[in-house]
Design a protein around this ligand. Structure first.
Ligand SMILES: Cc1ncc(COP(=O)(O)O)c(C=O)c1O
Ligand SMILES: [Zn+2]
Length: 435
């Protein structure tokens, strides 16, 4: 019996493996749908055994990933990242709201490849391409997927053509280019970059990432669920993430369905998905649906923001094509969408840097802001466990780090200099996020 197979979500058609999936251009030959999911013939009791041991990477879960031979693994120790308990946020929730909660951060900034939660998908993609002899690939991305695929596909000797929108960070472009991969900076927004990439794939008959439902991305990211089982001994009650296309929530749902037969006690956490106010089409759609009492088919109505002006390029998905899928998952989880104020981003970054001595990237700061907003709105209840998915470190956003400078004094001579007490900054930093 083979290790896995792909099954069409629309019509149930079975594709036996990725070699066939690639040869049929990543669509179901029966109904034309792009949306297939991977299922395994492995006994899930094996998973209970695996979660007793510390992983070296997400490849620890090889039995539940769609690769045939472990000789083809392309890895930089991604996906074995710690969950930290952040007591400074617990203390805040207690003092300000009288809530006794546990707050955890899932430290995707510590991923070995490029320091974002896109590394696992890129590692699986590169490994699958190596196994199946794929030599050319293309992908459109706002930046983090672009950089991760740039690195990992290089490691596997696969040529990647990477389409980024005109607002993507210079440092993302630089890294992809430095690896020797082809960058196409498209004069337009992310939707335009996707459109050009799709035409390019067709013109040259090159495989292209199928987006947030891409079974490669979903399979890699669903290992989050396994890691939470290992580290938290179950699911959190609340999950907070900055959302762009929604691969995170889609993969969580897939992972939970996968383990449901052996672990029916594991429930989807309430998903609180955060967007910055400069690019918040999902929040807008949700608010409208909520006002109308979530009518039948509410998930199919959403706005498109052309050329979003957000300063967080990673989250610049102005046309949220996956909203119909993501919104239904959020509704099922009893969650909601949350908007944060983008002008406050450096304040959240400074606070975390001061309290934890970690410099997070802007998309992670959006997630932290979402936590504070959720508390304010009463979305977190007493006794709950809250997991913050801090999706990225700061290495590609130097402008954002520059905004965190606040202790500098310009001096001429030693008479202008005095020692300081760090703790004097604390009050100012906490006050900054209050107003
Ligand atoms: C750091 C970070 N946070 C959040 C997101 C949003 O991810 P998702 O595809 O789950 O919406 C991305 C990617 O777009 C990201 O790189
Ligand atoms: Zn089908």
């Amino acid at each position: 019996m083979s290790k896995y197979y792909l099954k069409c979500v629309q019509c149930g058609y079975i594709t036996p493996d990725f070699k066939t999936w690639f040869s049929q251009n990543q669509i179901c030959p029966k109904c034309g749908s792009k949306h297939s999911e991977v299922w395994y013939n492995t006994d899930y009791k094996k998973l209970d055994e695996l979660i007793k041991h510390y992983p070296d990477s997400f490849w620890h879960y090889f039995d539940f990933l769609p690769l045939e031979s472990d000789n083809n693994i392309v890895s930089r120790h991604e996906g074995a990242i710690p969950i930290e308990q952040w007591s400074f946020l617990e203390k805040y929730a207690q003092e300000k709201y009288g809530l006794d909660i546990k707050v955890f951060a899932y430290r995707n900034d510590l991923n070995g490849g490029t320091g974002t939660f896109k590394d696992v998908a890129a590692s699986l993609a590169a490994s699958l391409f190596r196994e199946n002899g794929v030599k050319q690939y293309c992908v459109a991305s706002t930046g983090n997927t672009a950089t991760a695929y740039g690195l990992y596909l290089s490691l596997a000797d696969v040529n990647a053509s990477i389409f980024i929108p005109n607002n993507a960070l210079k440092a993302s472009e630089a890294m992809i280019s430095a690896y020797g991969q082809q960058v196409f900076r498209v004069n337009g927004d992310y939707a335009k970059a996707k459109a050009v990439a799709a035409e390019y794939a067709k013109k040259y008959n090159i495989l292209i990432s199928t987006g947030n439902i891409d079974p490669i991305r979903v399979e890699a990211k669903k290992t989050m669920i396994f890691e939470w089982m290992r580290q938290l001994k179950g699911m959190p009650d609340v999950y907070i993430q900055a959302v762009s296309g929604g691969t995170g929530p889609i993969a969580m749902d897939k992972g939970l369905r996968e383990v449901s037969a052996v672990h029916p006690e594991l429930k989807m956490p309430r998903m609180l998905l955060v967007q910055p106010d400069q690019c918040d089409p999902m929040v807008q759609a949700w608010e409208k649906a909520e006002k109308n009492g979530f009518p039948e088919g509410f998930e199919n109505e959403y706005p498109t923001i052309k050329n979003p002006k957000t300063s967080v390029p990673t989250l610049a998905t102005g046309e949220p094509a996956t909203y119909p899928i993501v919104a239904k998952l959020v509704r099922k989880s009893n969650g909601t969408f949350v908007r944060m104020r983008e002008d406050k981003l450096p304040d959240y970054g400074k606070l975390v840097a001061f309290e934890r001595k970690i410099i997070l990237g802007p998309a992670s700061a959006v997630c932290i802001a979402g936590f504070f907003e959720s508390l304010k709105k009463g979305l977190i209840k007493n006794g709950e466990r809250v997991l913050l998915n801090t999706g990225e470190g700061v290495r590609r956003a130097p402008d954002y780090v520059n905004e965190m400078i606040y202790t500098t004094k310009k001096v001429e001579c030693v008479d202008d200099c005095k020692p300081h007490d760090m703790n004097n900054y604390r009050e100012m930093l906490w006050n900054a996020i209050e107003d």
